[in-house]
Design a protein around this ligand. Structure first.
Ligand SMILES: NC(=O)C1=CN([C@@H]2O[C@H](COP(=O)(O)OP(=O)(O)OC[C@H]3O[C@@H](n4cnc5c(N)ncnc54)[C@H](O)[C@@H]3O)[C@@H](O)[C@H]2O)C=CC1
Ligand SMILES: O=C(O)CCC(=O)C(=O)O
Length: 321
């Protein structure tokens, strides 16, 4: 009986994906920890598995080597695969797949949620009202503001659609220019320094790759408006957190909405404790709808691999640091 290790938090809620795996005759090993697994834990559970379905667990070279004798696929439940050592997987002949498009709308909605929450101080006021207070703070509108999108791929494009509906003007930085974004939404492609200087809101949607890791640092923060709000639903590694902490504390920028962190949960509460910061615990794709789509697509990749079929959404190029 083929064995699949299914680790993502919400995978077990997806009846359709479970059904697919059971019908295909899989024995399914669930993650009972309720959190992503570390390398040492994964080395133990991966042994003898035919397929691994992973969220943001530490799928290192050592894990892949431990699974290599039987492992036929690492199916990412999601799209950001920087938690998987793709180079090692390539070397061991283990395909790595993702679920493109499945989390897109959910992450875009969270990016907008964070923009609005920071601009209107919603969590802070909510906490005050719950304590019996009535502290009515003055927020700012999104309308007529400039949104700078770093990485105009699937998620970035969905953010643009929504931002335009809020009457925002959108500028973007990406190596690949999408004519549809220019024609339909009036997006203007600019250089990164131009984006930093002109944006009222900056939202990050690029993968964690050597070119992007640490891109939000002292120098880039110094180029931003003092009223700028930074949103990160991409990866914590894009930001030098100490530099962001200093920029937010000193008024170099006005606020931040953060879903992702260098270490999760964060190593210190410095940034998350600031009054001008709104956070969420890496839940961009954590909706019922995205969970269903990601679980189904990842399960289908596991079944294809065990049946000896080619993967549908393979990735080859590592995005690891
Ligand atoms: N917070 C969460 O729960 C989630 C976070 N993510 C993150 O969002 C990222 C984006 O996802 P998608 O939009 O689906 O991926 P995508 O591949 O469709 O888009 C990524 C875009 O970034 C661009 N890019 C690459 N290098 C760049 C650079 N140096 N500077 C600027 N742009 C660059 C690419 O050209 C592409 O257009 C993922 O890599 C992942 O890290 C994805 C899903 C859930
Ligand atoms: O497993 C998760 O919940 C995170 C998914 C994610 O961040 C991604 O798709 O890149």
């Amino acid at each position: 009986m083929p064995k699949v290790v299914a680790l993502p938090r919400s995978f077990s809620r997806s009846e359709e994906a479970k059904e697919l795996l059971l019908k295909a005759g899989f024995e399914v090993i669930w993650n009972t920890e309720g959190r992503p697994l570390k390398e040492a834990e994964l080395i133990e559970v991966i042994k003898g598995a035919d397929a691994l379905i992973t969220g943001i667990d530490e799928v290192t070279a050592k894990v892949l080597e431990a699974g290599a004798p039987t492992l036929k696929v690492v199916a990412k439940y999601g799209v950001g695969y920087d938690n998987i050592d793709v180079e090692a997987a390539n070397r061991l002949g283990i395909p790595v797949t993702i679920t493109p498009g499945a989390p897109t709308r959910s992450v875009a909605e969270l990016a907008l949620t964070l923009m609005l929450s920071v601009a209107r101080h919603i969590p802070q006021m909510n906490a005050g009202v719950r304590e019996g207070g009535w502290g009515r703070t003055t927020g700012s509108e999104l309308g007529d503001k400039v949104l700078g999108v770093v990485g105009l791929g699937a998620i970035g494009a969905e953010v643009v659609k929504r931002a335009v509906a809020f009457d925002m003007k959108v500028i973007a930085y990406d190596a690949f220019v999408r004519q549809d974004m220019i024609d339909k939404y009036g997006v203007e492609y600019v250089t990164l320094p131009e984006l930093y200087a002109q944006s009222d809101f900056i939202t990050l949607h690029a993968p964690a790759i050597p070119e992007t890791v640490g891109m939000i640092n002292k120098e880039s923060l110094a180029q931003m408006k003092k009223t700028a709000i930074l949103i990160n639903t991409a990866r914590g590694d894009l930001v030098v957190e100490q530099d962001l902490y200093e920029a937010l504390s000193s008024g170099q920028i006005a606020g931040a909405g953060l879903d992702t962190f260098v270490q999760e949960p964060p190593a210190t509460l410095d940034i998350v404790g600031l009054p001008n910061v709104v956070t969420s615990p890496h839940v961009g794709s954590n909706t019922v709808e995205a969970g269903y789509r990601m679980a189904k697509m990842a399960a289908e990749e596991a079944i294809r691999a065990v049946n000896g079929e080619a993967p549908k959404f393979p990735v080859k190029v590592p995005v690891n640091k």
